[in-house]
Design a protein around this ligand. Structure first.
Ligand code: NIG
Ligand code: FE
Length: 413
């Protein structure tokens, strides 16, 4: 097995296999002159350089990586994306800038439904190439694990095709890719005015097929006014859970419909978006331990008020961060951009944001024992930054601070 020594690194990492909440969210371990021993792609030891280099058997090391005093953090885990799509929607961005609301575009057959048309028209290879190129761009920006949702197929065959493209991106790139089935992303044209009929299709045909193919880890539903109601969402989630899928909810993104409370009641792993979440919703999430996946780039792109991250942390809700990368409401694959917004616009401390973008986001996609922190036994997924502290990600605004990306101990960027 290959042995690598990382040294001369200012190492910052959260510690733990489960999501951090409250004060724990801001607890970061710091080794000013740190080192790591990596064996077979996994971290064997991490700590102060003088201790690590003495106790480890460094003589048999195959490679030494001198970080030159730069900052090292865990690779970002992006736990919420719609990165599998075939075509951008620039024309729609201009419409939104001119004042047309996001949901109005969807109701007129654009938005998600426009992406559905282009995904259905694209060949498997076209869809794969487009998704892969976005995923590799995200990797170059520091994402080493990415969740990807289906939801631009909206019929059984097209949803399964999306999930198999998503699986292929995981196989043919250095990334860990976590697939989420999101057949309930919008009501397709064929079912306009018959949302319940479409929910029947999801429950009776799509979820059984997804289970048979073992092709998704989570199920997500867009619970929103005019999209899927709370009872419809619940029906889908109950079925998904009985078929072995973990649960996620797009909750209270545009309107507060009680999605956060539903996610808590269903013991979902996460409720995501939450721009309009109520106090009751936040409270319920704190009690159930449901993670809030916050997507500040979506608030930025929709020109909406940011989610109330401080209230969530103060109430004890574990907070994670994600890009929401999609061609409509948030066209960015950059976790550094999201990190900057979290600190500058949502008021997270740098330490809280670091936990949110690594440990908590890993836990929110079921990867908390595999990655998200720099601790013995975890994958050696880490980033070398052009700076002394993770604050560089917010401080050097709009300029790439991620200089090197390592996945399972290999330099992949
Ligand atoms: O998370 N809200 C629903 N889904 C995405 C947007 C998808 C799209 O516009 O294509 C979101 O914002
Ligand atoms: Fe989303």
């Amino acid at each position: 097995m290959t042995v690598k020594i990382v040294r001369n690194a200012r190492i910052y990492t959260s510690e733990g296999n489960s999501a951090a909440a409250g004060n724990d969210q801001g607890e970061i371990r710091f080794f000013p002159k740190g080192a790591m021993v990596i064996r077979g792609g996994k971290i064997e030891a991490v700590g102060p350089e003088e201790e690590i280099l003495v106790s480890a058997n460094t003589a048999d090391a195959d490679e030494e990586i001198d970080c030159g005093g730069r900052c090292v953090i865990p690779g970002f885990v992006d736990p919420h994306t719609h990165m599998c799509f075939a075509r951008r929607r620039e024309e729609e961005f201009s419409l939104r800038l001119a004042g047309t609301p996001y949901l109005e575009i969807l109701q007129k057959g654009g938005g998600i439904l426009s992406s559905v048309r282009s995904v259905r028209e694209a060949s498997d290879d076209e869809l794969f190439e487009h998704t892969l190129s976005l995923a590799l761009s995200a990797l170059s920006l520091g994402s080493t694990t990415i969740e990807m949702k289906s939801g631009y197929g909206l019929d059984t065959e097209s949803e399964l095709r999306m999930l198999s493209v998503i699986r292929r991106v995981g196989r043919e790139s250095p990334l860990d890719v976590v697939p989420t089935f999101m057949g309930a992303h919008a009501v397709p044209e064929l079912y306009r005015g018959n949302g319940d009929g479409f929910v029947d299709l999801i429950v009776e045909e799509m979820l059984p097929a997804v289970e048979r193919q073992g092709i998704a880890r989570f199920c997500d539903v867009f619970c929103e006014e005019g999209v899927f109601s709370v009872p419809q969402t619940e029906r889908i989630l109950v079925e998904a859970s009985s078929r072995g899928l973990g649960l996620k909810v797009h909750a209270d993104e545009v309107h507060d419909t009680g999605g956060a409370a539903l996610a808590a009641r269903m013991c979902a792993v996460s409720a995501e978006h939450l721009l309009a979440a109520s106090d009751e919703g936040i409270n319920a999430m704190a009690k159930s331990g449901t993670t809030a996946i916050l997507l500040p780039a979506t608030a930025y792109s929709l020109r909406k008020p940011y989610a109330r991250a401080r209230a969530m942390i103060e109430q004890g809700v574990p907070v994670a961060l994600a890009t929401d990368c999609n061609p409509g409401s948030s066209f960015t694959e950059s976790m550094p951009f999201v990190f900057g917004l979290a600190v500058m616009a949502m008021g997270l401390t740098v330490d809280e944001a670091l936990t949110a973008a690594t440990r908590n986001s890993a836990c929110a996609v079921g990867m908390g024992t595999v990655c998200g922190t720099l601790e013995p036994g975890k994958q050696a997924d880490f980033l070398v930054l052009d700076g002394e502290t993770p604050a560089i990600l917010a401080y050097h605004a709009g300029v790439p601070a991620v200089e090197e990306v390592f996945k399972k101990g290999e330099r992949v960027w």
